[in-house]
Design a protein around this ligand. Structure first.
Ligand SMILES: CC(C)(COP(=O)(O)OP(=O)(O)OC[C@H]1O[C@@H](n2cnc3c(N)ncnc32)[C@H](O)[C@@H]1OP(=O)(O)O)[C@@H](O)C(=O)NCCC(=O)NCCS
Length: 255
């Protein structure tokens, strides 16, 4: 359904999830209802569509973003990506500059895929989408970085997958039947890989979550972490700490 007020973003709540870290979480299910009326979130598994009928999008997307969204192959990816952008633009207008038109707020990517705000390159940004939720987190303190990840709670538990996901020590420590502990470990590790701006350019097995601490190369990382249950099917992990590419942040992060 078109947004009645040009240049206005659909309302999304911004919350303080840690000191100097703000989060905006978008309910994709609600967006889908708004935009497509009769579609359910499960119906998004179909080829991408022409979304120009959603007039409000043109109000808050930058021209390049419009092209990007029309270029995706799957409707699910289009909607997830838009929900992520909505979260980013909401955060920027709520936390950094309320005068900016949403269409002026863009996201660019570092060499390994980490997102950043060209208008505010000093403020670390992280984006995630999974299932019903998309979210973005922003660090208000340029000296600190943040990484977030949402995962569905139902994850595969076959040995080959766990071998990819967990370090040897984690495999020993984790009880394979504790699905929540498993998904919490995975989600925190992905949030950590985003915090260090590497994503899957660094192996999940190099990072470990053991005894309540995140380790990289076997050494404790100087970060705070939080994992919260969003609903019966989703977990959100937030990792923040000194900005990894700003000076003294992480001593010898590579193990
Ligand atoms: C980011 C990543 C660790 C996890 O992603 P995921 O759990 O599948 O998906 P999420 O929705 O939680 O995260 C996707 C977001 O991560 C962000 N991201 C991608 N690479 C990142 C990186 N190196 N550091 C921090 N954030 C990153 C992006 O903003 C992306 O959202 P966007 O495309 O809407 O901007 C992983 O997809 C990745 O590293 N991708 C880049 C490398 C790659 O494509 N490898 C492919 C072979 S494995």
């Amino acid at each position: 359904m078109p947004n009645a007020s040009p240049n206005r973003l659909p309302p999304c709540a911004v919350s303080e999830i840690a000191q100097d870290i703000r989060l905006c979480q978008v309910d994709i299910e609600a967006l889908v209802k708004d935009w497509f009326g009769d579609l359910e979130i499960g119906d998004l598994r179909r080829p991408a569509g022409d979304l120009s009928f959603i007039a409000a999008l043109r109000d808050w997307l930058a021209p390049g973003e419009w092209e990007a969204v029309q270029g995706f192959k799957a409707l699910k990816r289009q909607v997830e990506w838009l929900a992520g952008r909505l979260a980013v633009k909401t955060l920027v207008t709520a936390c950094l500059d309320a005068r900016l038109a949403p269409g002026a707020i863009t996201v660019a990517y570092e060499a390994h895929g980490a997102p950043y705000l060209p208008l505010f390159p000093d403020h670390c940004l992280s984006i995630t989408h999974a299932g019903r939720w998309a979210a973005a987190a922003l660090s208000l303190d340029p000296a600190r970085a943040v990484g977030i990840d949402i995962e569905r709670r139902r994850i595969p538990t076959n040995p080959a997958f766990l071998q990819l996901l967990l370090s040897d020590r984690e495999q020993t420590a984790l009880d394979g039947s504790d699905a929540l502990a498993l998904v919490r470990t995975w989600t925190l590790k992905e949030a950590y890989l985003k915090y260090i701006r590497q994503g899957f350019h660094r192996s999940l097995r190099q990072v470990a979550f053991l005894d309540g601490r995140l380790l990289e190369g076997g050494r404790p990382a100087p970060v705070r972490w939080n994992a919260s249950v969003l609903d019966s099917d989703h977990l959100l992990a937030v990792v923040d700490g000194p900005h990894p590419s700003r000076g003294a942040a992480i001593q010898n992060p590579v193990g």
